[in-house]
Design a protein. Structure first.
Length: 355
């Protein structure tokens, strides 16, 4: 499907006034997206697990607009507080999606949103946030056209979400999601995420993700700045090739069920992502001393017990511990006895993945 398929053609039709609600989960990339071109198109394919507990819940209240101008009139509330600082990113999103949802300029609207996890802590809040907002906007389109096909809705939700935040394209549906065209993944697209189309070994069907909150503050470097730094990055082309090769490798791992290879691959991906950050110009570092303490503790634990538990990182200091449900009690013991002391306020979030 091309982007022109998602253009909203009958611009005189409007949705009804009222409240449009949606929620969307966060996701954690196993093979990471870092670098983009054109209008929010990825420079490499990525694949993620969708989480179940970490979510954004959003309501968009469409109200009458008095002004007869060609501007977006909206306010954003986060946890019931007015958030003018959230507006620029959302305005950029609204401008990008204008031809796909032109009715928005005919209304005044309030976006009311809340997360089940700390905002901007490196947990992909922009992913779930933009995905939930995109789904609200798509509901407005459904309010106008009641008989839109399921396939179209699934693709357009992800398509719109991508225009808010690349990784949000992987947060509109669920399970294991691929975003970005790849010759080995049928029907993969740069425009939207798709459900991973192949059989996955039972070892991956019930996975846990415990997020160790090393730092719950706001990120110092936004991911859009980070993506842009890949443009003149000395290792960019190698990195994009590496990620595409890792998609091939993870495909084989999902088939074989080889947990130790899976762990090796996700850790390699996480450290490669951070290596890109550390070697861009300007360079930056998002890991913190406690991130490294946790990584070393996981490696020691794995060496000692052979428990299949590995880590991945997003663009932040927090550590996602990934492990099969069968290792849960051992890993939770490790967290209680050791790892939580490296977390801010000893806090962590238990989440899980369903495929
Ligand atoms: O969606 P963005 O533009 O915030 O980029 C996020 C990129 C990473 O989270 C670091 C990796 C990924 O693939 O999710």
């Amino acid at each position: 499907m091309q982007s022109s398929n998602f253009i909203f053609k009958n611009t005189s039709l409007l949705p009804k006034l009222g409240c449009y609600k949606a929620e969307a989960p966060s996701n954690i990339a196993l093979v990471k997206y870092w670098g983009k071109h054109g209008e929010q198109l990825p420079t490499n394919t990525s694949i993620s697990f969708t989480l179940n507990e970490c979510k954004t819940k959003t309501e968009v209240h469409l109200l009458e607009k008095i002004e007869a101008d060609d501007q977006f009139h909206f306010e954003v509330y986060f946890n019931n507080y007015l958030k003018p600082d959230f507006k620029p990113k959302i305005k950029t999103f609204l401008k990008r999606i204008e031809i796909y949802a032109p009715f928005l300029k005919s209304f005044k609207f309030e976006i009311r949103t809340q997360n089940t996890f700390p905002h901007s802590s490196g947990i992909a809040s922009s992913a779930s946030g933009m995905a939930a907002l995109a789904k609200c906007i798509l509901q407005m389109e459904q309010n106008i056209f009641v008989d839109l096909q399921e396939d179209f809705l699934v693709q357009k939700a992800s398509f719109l979400a991508r225009l808010g935040s690349g990784s949000a394209s992987r947060s509109t549906n669920g399970g294991l999601v691929v975003w970005g065209e790849h010759s080995s993944i049928e029907n993969s697209s740069n425009f939207y995420g798709i459900d991973y189309p192949y059989e996955v070994h039972d070892n991956f069907k019930s996975f846990c993700d415990t997020i160790l909150l090393v730092d719950q503050g706001k990120k110092e470097v936004s991911s859009s700045v980070g993506h842009n730094l890949m443009h003149n990055h000395p290792f960019a082309s190698q990195r994009f090739k590496q990620a595409d090769d890792n998609i091939e490798k993870i495909k084989a791992i999902f088939e074989s069920g080889d947990l130790m290879s899976f762990i090796n691959l996700i850790e390699f991906e996480a450290l490669s992502l951070h290596a890109m950050m550390m070697t861009s110009q300007p360079y930056f570092l998002l890991m913190q001393p406690n991130t490294l303490e946790i990584i070393n503790a996981i490696w020691a634990f794995r060496k000692e017990t052979q428990t299949p538990v590995g880590f991945t990182l997003d663009a932040g200091a927090n550590v996602h511990l990934l492990y099969p449900k069968s290792s849960e009690s051992k890993v939770l013991d490790l967290i209680e006895q050791k790892l939580k002391y490296f977390c801010q306020n000893q806090s962590f979030i238990k989440d899980y993945v369903k495929i």
